[in-house]
Design a protein around this ligand. Structure first.
Ligand code: ATP
Length: 203
């Protein structure tokens, strides 16, 4: 469960978020849209705890999985080294879930490849797996399918639908109008606040 109430954030004189409130319940798939520079990434960084809001409340129940807009990977480490590194950070004993996700996203052949030799789309697949491998209760995904080919894009939504059915709360930043049908709730960020619509087509 994620609850956000009246969050404000300014950078200097630029007031990016001016009273943003949002809820994502277990089993709810929430989309956040808005123009470039509207403040979507800023909001997700605040929800993940990476950035402090100037004011407002953020309450998260359960573990977070955060897939940031720009991969957090190290170009010199291999895919498998990333898995091991994140497994330690997440205190995971097994990598089964990460391996299953990698198989489903179709990059199992790159385990021993350094990230700097991966394509942009494959790097983004790894970024997504790193955010999901500990089975978080609350997923914060910032344009998670950037650079994905069509098949992988569809696979991403299939995985999201399964996680929603398993009771995970999911917040996805999206640019694509045709994603709307997959969501339960859509928040449009405009002039620093939300306009919310219940779309409910996703089920
Ligand atoms: N660390 C920062 N310091 C100063 N300004 C920032 C910082 N981070 C974001 N901004 C500004 O805040 C505004 C919102 O940026 P943000 O990245 O949140 O937008 P966005 O909606 O995610 O955009 P996009 O769709 O292009 O990814 C922009 O004007 C940006 O320049």
């Amino acid at each position: 469960m994620l609850r956000v109430a009246d969050v404000h954030k300014a950078f200097g004189t630029r007031r990016v978020l001016r009273g943003v409130s949002l809820r994502a319940a277990p089993g709810e798939l929430v989309g956040v849209v808005g123009e470039n520079g509207a403040g979507k990434t800023t909001l997700l960084r605040i929800l993940s705890g990476e950035l402090a809001p100037d004011s407002g409340r953020v309450r998260v129940e359960g573990r977070i999985g955060y897939c940031p807009q720009h991969p957090v990977t190290n170009p010199e480490l291999t895919v498998d080294q990333h898995l091991r590194y994140f497994a330690v950070a997440y205190r995971l004993r097994r990598l089964d879930r990460a391996r299953t996700l990698i198989d489903r996203l179709g990059f199992e052949q790159y385990g021993a490849t350094r990230v700097r030799h991966l394509s942009g789309g494959t790097r983004q697949k790894l970024n997504l797996v790193l955010s999901l491998m500990h089975d978080p209760a609350v997923l914060l995904l910032d344009e998670p399918y950037q650079g994905f080919d069509w098949e992988t894009y569809l696979r991403f939504w299939e995985i999201s639908a399964e996680l929603r059915a398993q009771g995970r709360a999911i917040v996805v930043i999206s640019h694509l109008a045709h994603d709307v049908d997959r969501l339960d709730t859509l928040y449009q960020l405009r002039a620093g606040t939300f306009k919310q619509s219940v779309v409910g087509h996703g089920r």
